[in-house]
Ligand binder design. Structure first.
Ligand code: DLZ
Length: 156
């Protein structure tokens, strides 16, 4: 299911704790993203805690609040373009906010927010039966691989 050009990452170090922050819009696609993230964590021996928020706009504040309590955070959401500029504002808030959390906390933040033109594009990336990609799994793998790469460099 890997995207063309995506690295084949194997996470070797287990024992990490990860907060999965998940938005609630677009239920079926979100269920696929969460399942993919949880599968990747289980394969790597990591412990997860699932925290639900209403929409993708709320992902960053939740990540900011909990980052210090976990080795890594994975943010999952689905934003579908509508007929107004709202899509751009929610996507910017999520991407800018989550990037700020990563830099401010020094903790890896896996970015599993789908920003799509339509529901079909989102389903194709959600790790559901028939999907070409599994972005929840990818986001968790990236967060764990980064936590592993940085484990010998403590915060502060
Ligand atoms: C309002 C809204 C809309 C129109 N679309 C989405 C979406 O496609 N995906 C998503 O995660 N959230 C959406 N939201 C909700 C906002 O993220 C946010 O929860 C509300 O604006 C309340 O702050």
């Amino acid at each position: 299911m890997a995207h063309s050009g995506a690295p084949d990452i194997t996470v070797t170090a287990g024992d990490f704790t990860v907060a999965i922050i998940a938005a609630s819009w677009h239920t079926e696609v979100m269920d696929g993203l969460i399942a993919g993230a949880e599968r990747a964590a289980a394969d790597a021996g990591a412990q997860t805690t699932l925290i639900r928020v209403p929409g993708s706009f709320e992902l960053a504040v939740a990540a900011a609040r909990v980052a210090k309590h976990f080795d890594a955070v994975v943010a999952l959401g689905v934003v579908i373009r509508g007929g107004t500029p709202h899509f751009d504002y929610v996507c910017s808030a999520a991407t800018d906010g989550l990037n700020r959390v990563a830099l401010d906390s020094g903790k890896p933040v896996g970015f599993g927010v789908l920003t799509c033109d339509n529901d079909e594009q989102a389903r194709d990336r959600a790790g559901l039966p028939g999907s070409r990609e599994d972005k929840g799994h990818e986001a968790m793998t990236a967060a764990l691989a980064t936590a592993s790469a940085l484990k010998d460099y403590p915060l502060g």
